[in-house]
Design a protein around this ligand. Structure first.
Ligand SMILES: [Ca+2]
Ligand SMILES: [Ca+2]
Ligand SMILES: [Ca+2]
Ligand SMILES: [Ca+2]
Length: 467
């Protein structure tokens, strides 16, 4: 008779041979049936072909229930919101399926994320960048194709002049503060109106750090102690509920503990594991790429200290001499590659303002991992970045991911003004876990008397696990 143990020891080497790099997020589909108020397939022209059940959309698994399966904010006038329960720890990415009825550039729609120990993150969803409406006709029809991509199209219908409904997917990355906390719920709010803008949600999936869920014996490594617990649930069924004894070993959440779960455990074999997580900051040395000396370049800037300076709660290092990079180098696109060469970078903090300035975007940051990880972020004027002096051009920031961290001395020319430095926080996707962030590319395609961004500091936050 073949015992559970011999079956398992036979499968482990095979799974190890076929295992991949352990960098894939562990996805959990969020069940929307408790908050659903519409049935997507009946609601939109040409939507009846949207499958139910488990479905891959844009490389992320979603679950589409039968019956009511989405939530629309189109419920009269005023602000409408819904709280979507999640209750999972160490969530790093949230993937949502959101489009609008009607639609404005806005923002008229917001997502808020709540940790059980006070972690909080908010993201406004801008029309024509983060979200757009459900049909390619009037209203808003563009997405940024980076954090928001199209993942599904319905059947073209004659009542909409041959057009079809569509579903777009947003990826929202959460700050490191959520690593040690339970994401209790996500709040979706909308303050548009009928014939103006109303967002609807048709799916949500959250991505957890790789391998953490495999640490069944809670210590600093995935090893035989975890395997022993896993083997105790081998081939068990009815594992779907948290009270089921085999629930934690059912890594792929298909209700049984089988070979796919074992392959997942093998993928994580001998990975060292966090019991506690914190960020370790590293200041990036800009002297190799610097082309200006901030203190000499801007009115009232001479008081900016050099050396180690804390700005907005993040340590920066300001070198003597040339200490920043300015893209105002003539006409056309200018880029600089800023070497980083550190592994498992989770947050990147930049000090960027502009000379002149447009809503844009005219400035972009790109992030490169040594094993193919890539992330791009457009910097929008009046949200992510603004110019260096209050007065003309662009003077607003979102005060969430971008905050003001320093002001210079008030000067008489321009009268009563002082230069300023703002800090951006850019969060990197799970894919960067375990990869080396080789460099960050900053590009600007503005021009003189239009928009030119300059960088005066960069610090990266690295995943640091303690036991
Ligand atoms: Ca449209
Ligand atoms: Ca363990
Ligand atoms: Ca399973
Ligand atoms: Ca200004």
């Amino acid at each position: 008779m073949r015992t559970v143990t011999s079956m398992s020891t036979y499968l482990i080497p095979y799974a190890l041979l076929t295992s991949l790099v352990c960098a894939d997020p562990h996805y959990h589909c969020v069940d929307l049936t408790g908050i659903a108020n519409l049935h997507y397939q009946d609601y939109y022209a040409g939507a009846e072909n949207l499958p139910t059940g488990d479905i891959d959309l844009g490389g992320v698994p979603f679950c589409i229930p039968d019956g009511s399966n989405g939530w629309t904010s189109s419920q009269g006038s005023g602000t409408v919101f819904v709280d979507i329960p999640v209750n999972l720890m160490n969530i790093r990415e949230v993937h949502t399926l959101i489009n609008t009825s009607w639609g404005e550039v806005g923002p008229y729609t917001k997502l808020e994320f709540y940790g059980d120990q006070g972690a909080y993150y908010a993201k406004n969803l801008y029309g024509n960048s983060d979200i757009r409406d459900w049909l390619n006709n009037v209203y808003i029809n563009s997405i940024n194709n980076t954090t928001t991509i199209n993942v599904w199209s319905g059947t073209a219908v004659t009542s909409q002049t041959g057009k079809a409904c569509r579903i777009d997917k947003q990826m929202i990355i959460l700050p490191a503060a959520f690593a040690n906390q339970i994401l209790t719920h996500v709040r979706l709010s909308d303050w548009g109106d009928t014939n103006l803008h109303r967002a609807f949600l048709s799916g949500m999936t959250v991505g957890q750090e790789p391998c953490i869920y495999c640490n069944l014996a809670l210590d600093d490594v995935i090893d035989f102690n975890d395997f022993a617990i896993f083997a105790g649930s081998w081939l068990e069924e009815n594992c779907a509920q948290p009270q089921d004894s085999c629930y934690l070993a059912d890594f792929d959440e298909d209700g049984t503990v089988g070979p796919l779960d074992l392959a997942t455990l093998a993928d994580c074999w001998l990975e060292t594991m966090p019991l506690w997580f914190e960020l370790q900051y590293h200041c990036v040395d800009l002297t190799g790429i610097a082309n200006f000396h901030y203190q000499n370049n801007y009115a009232g800037a001479e008081n900016l200290p050099t050396g180690d300076v804390e700005l907005g709660g993040v340590p920066f290092c300001i070198p003597e001499g040339n200490n920043g990079w300015n893209s105002s180098l003539g006409s056309g696109t200018f880029s600089v590659d800023i070497p980083v060469n550190l592994t498992s970078i989770r947050e990147v903090h930049t000090l960027i303002n502009t000379g002149w300035g447009q809503v844009g975007p005219y400035t972009k940051l790109e992030f490169y991992g040594d094993q193919g990880a890539y992330y791009a972020k457009d910097l929008y004027g009046n949200s992510d970045i603004r110019d260096w002096l209050n007065g003309g051009w662009i003077n607003s920031i979102n005060n969430t991911t971008t905050i003001n961290v320093w002001s210079g001395t008030t000067v008489t020319s321009p009268a009563g003004q002082a230069c300023r430095i703002d800090k951006q926080m850019i969060l990197l996707p799970i894919e960067f876990s375990g990869q080396i962030l080789t460099h960050v590319r900053m590009s600007d395609w503005g021009g003189a008397n239009l928009h030119r961004a300059f960088l005066s500091g960069m610090t990266v936050g690295q995943e640091l696990y303690t036991y």
